[in-house]
Design a protein around this ligand. Structure first.
Ligand SMILES: Nc1ncnc2c1ncn2[C@@H]1O[C@H](COP(=O)(O)OP(=O)(O)O)[C@@H](O)[C@H]1O
Ligand SMILES: [Mg+2]
Length: 227
């Protein structure tokens, strides 16, 4: 699903990524852990086509995304990748339903179908009652579930999440973690999560530890014990 090789990235003099290799299989849940400043967010942004590596290659489903024009890249991203951020990044002026619809409208899908699918997703995430509320009228957990619905709207293959439970209390955190694994089980989604949360990292199929722009170690866990 993802094959990244030799990824480097500098911001001026600062070498943020110093040759990162990472491969992730379809329907795998991988967490990236490591101290602040290690380059985790930068790597996730590059995997998600939001930023470009200085050198190295990213293949998504065998496709070399560095070869795409900016316009093709934006379309590819909108169609295939769902993003979940720590601070949900919902648009404050729009209702939950409208926020979920945005990726569909960007993809120029029919409004009626987009609305139907958005409502289905909100129902799936137990948010039907909240559909017409704006973000400031929603709890932290609700906002993050709206962000998950938005990430799912275009049926992505890949979800990239940057500290998705970083601003949630423990109950909402647990719910969100369960949701991510449900999504993998139900839809075969591939999920890469940057997290400081040990529990979430433990639940993942694989943990990747980064420090100072390199991958330190990969922990493979055998999940056959946890059916
Ligand atoms: N756009 C940018 N411009 C300059 N420096 C950046 C930029 N983005 C990140 N950095 C720096 O790169 C380093 C790694 O950042 P980041 O990838 O956000 O790490 P992490 O997510 O592991 O905390 C940090 O030192 C950060 O200050
Ligand atoms: Mg970060």
């Amino acid at each position: 699903m993802i094959e990244a090789t030799g990824i480097t990235k500098n911001f001026g003099e600062l070498k943020v990524l110093k040759g990162v290799d990472l491969s992730v299989r379809q329907a795998e849940v991988v967490s990236i852990v490591g101290p602040s400043g290690a380059g985790k967010t930068t790597l996730l942004q590059i995997l998600g086509t939001l930023d470009k590596a200085d050198s190295g290659q990213v293949l998504l489903k065998g496709k070399d995304i560095s070869k795409l024009s900016p316009k093709a890249l934006a379309a590819y991203r909108n169609e295939h990748i769902g993003f979940i951020f720590q601070f949900h990044q919902l648009l404050p002026e729009f209702t939950a339903l409208e926020n979920v619809m945005i990726p569909g409208l960007i993809a120029r899908k029919r409004e009626r179908e987009t609305k139907e699918r958005s409502k289905e997703l909100l129902a799936y995430l137990n948010l039907s009652e909240r559909a017409h509320h704006k973000p400031n009228e929603l709890s932290g957990g609700e906002k993050q579930r709206v962000a998950v619905a938005r990430a799912l709207l275009n049926n992505p293959d890949l979800i990239l999440a940057d500290e998705p439970s970083g601003s949630l209390d423990s109950k909402n955190k647990e719910e969100l973690h369960k949701l991510l694994f449900d999504l993998r089980d139900k839809f075969g989604l591939t999920i890469v999560i940057v997290t400081h949360d040990n529990e979430l990292a433990q639940l993942s199929d694989r943990r990747i530890r980064m420090k100072d722009g390199i991958v330190l170690q990969e922990t493979k866990e055998n999940h056959s014990f946890f059916p």
